[in-house]
Design a protein around this ligand. Structure first.
Ligand code: DX5
Ligand code: ZN
Length: 217
């Protein structure tokens, strides 16, 4: 059976009781912690930064999947490596020299991810795909949790999986935005093997159970 990575997004966690939510993820079926870094420039919202990543790292028993929604992310690669990121994802739209940025992420010992906004064609990733570990397909416009899944993303996932089968079959295809226990099966069927979920996990009556459901095909 296909192994699905589930990466709950802490953006929807309770920041007054963050340690409890980290502990819930540690003892759940989740695979990674998803941390959304927003700068108020690349996206119209500001979330949290390095001090929170460092604090999460102290308690997390699973890898940190850090999603940079910031301009010029190359300026912060070393800082996020030191803060404890295991996967570092930058946006295609935010990088002028994406190839160099990807090499630097890997040189700092992290897995390298590239994310695309809903309007960005996955065809543009063909030349960078052999260099990276993960593609993060945004299925909402980045910036906020709790938005609805954009249906056209399914087509993009399949198109990317077909390109990846030729140039990098090992690449992880992760989907972020509006993922829940109602649509996760069709997202996986389209070709994804990693799911980010914020409100579907932390808004659930039983978050650990929601995580287990997301892992079940
Ligand atoms: C949105 C972030 C997401 C967000 C997802 O810009 O990248 O990771 O937390 O939240 P949900 O799952 O609620 O759409
Ligand atoms: Zn994210």
């Amino acid at each position: 059976m296909k192994k699905i990575i589930v990466s709950p997004s802490l953006l929807s966690a309770d920041f007054n009781h963050l340690a409890d939510d980290i502990e819930m993820i540690n003892s759940s079926d989740a695979d990674w912690f998803h941390l959304d870094i927003m700068d108020g420039v690349f996206v119209p919202n500001i979330s949290f930064g390095l001090p929170i990543v460092k604090s999460v790292k102290k308690l997390a028993q699973k890898p940190l999947d850090v999603h940079l929604m910031i301009v010029q992310p190359e300026r912060y690669i070393e800082a996020f490596a030191k803060a404890g990121a295991d996967v570092l994802t930058v946006h295609y739209e935010a990088c002028t020299h994406l190839h160099r940025t990807v090499q630097e992420i890997k040189a700092h010992g992290m897995k390298a991810g590239v994310s695309v906004n809903p309007h960005t064609s996955v065809k543009l990733l063909e030349d960078i795909l052999p260099e990276i570990d993960l593609v993060l397909i945004m299925s909402v416009n980045p910036g906020f949790g709790g938005q609805s899944f954009i249906k056209n993303s399914l087509k993009k996932i399949t198109e990317l999986r077909n390109i990846a089968n030729v140039v990098n079959p090992e690449v992880i295809i992760e989907v972020d935005g509006g993922v829940d226990t109602q649509n996760h099966r069709e997202i996986i069927k389209a070709g994804a093997n990693a799911l980010v979920a914020g409100s579907a996990v932390f808004g659930a009556e039983n978050p650990a159970e929601a995580i287990s459901k997301l892992k079940t095909i």
